[in-house]
Design a protein around this ligand. Sequence first.
Ligand SMILES: C[S@@+](CC[C@H](N)C(=O)[O-])C[C@H]1O[C@@H](n2cnc3c(N)ncnc32)[C@H](O)[C@@H]1O
Length: 267
Amino acid sequence: MSTIISGESGSILLGPNFERYRLTEQPPFDLWIEDEEGYLGVKMSGFHGGSGGLERSLRCVFDRYDLFTPSGDKPQFLDLGSNIAVQVIWGAHHGWDSYGIEFSARAHQYGLHNIAKAVAAGFIDEQNAHVALGNFYPQTFARLERKRRREMVSSDEYLDRDKVPEIGYISHWQREINRFEKETTNENPYKKLGLDLGDVDLFYHYQVQPYELVMSFFTQFAKTGAYLLFSRSLSDEPNASDSVVCVEKCWTILGKHYVMDLWRKVE
Ligand SMILES: C[S@@+](CC[C@H](N)C(=O)[O-])C[C@H]1O[C@@H](n2cnc3c(N)ncnc32)[C@H](O)[C@@H]1O
């Protein structure tokens, strides 16, 4: 595995753009969702990662057009679990063909609403932002996921209390996710989006799924040269594979644990 640790030359996430995005520009519309019930244990919000660190990392990668080999006329971004479509909107704002798949019907509806607000505010071009309701794991994969996640949730690897500060949310997440998985329609979200997984240049997942499964999905379906930006919230590790390399790790919790991992498919 070749790894560039944060701060070294050649760094993507901690390059000059990371500074540029320090004072994260707020879009000219409100991304907060007034919803008492909230989701995944927290009030729905359009702002992630303390000082917006997760968005900053993502926007640094969006800025590096030179890294990507788009199949069409612009690079394609796919948010695996797009929730209220905040990152889809940032991708579209940076000129990407930006897609999201989400299996919570409520979050998906808010996502559509936010995209409409962003278009109305002139922040994005309508043609650039697309979201669909459904499971981002293709059907055969979804079966594997259910089985594997049940095993993992009870393991120490997944729930290391020393490494995951916000541990209290995790069991709540898992209950919610089990529910969405059952409720989700069998319709293929990729078909609805007209999206071919083999054309996606950048995948993103803000972790609620086991790392190993997202990596194995990426390894199996992404084209050579595609990137996966993985924002960690659990303490599990992916399996090593010859077909992906870790390009960069950055953003630490308490100076100990990397949060953002950038992977590239190499064969
Ligand atoms: C922590 S939120 C991240 C939201 C968004 N990516 C962001 O960064 O703003 C994770 C989202 O993934 C969704 N999700 C998890 N597994 C999924 C799956 N297999 N298919 C579709 N959505 C999924 C959850 O419902 C949740 O809305």
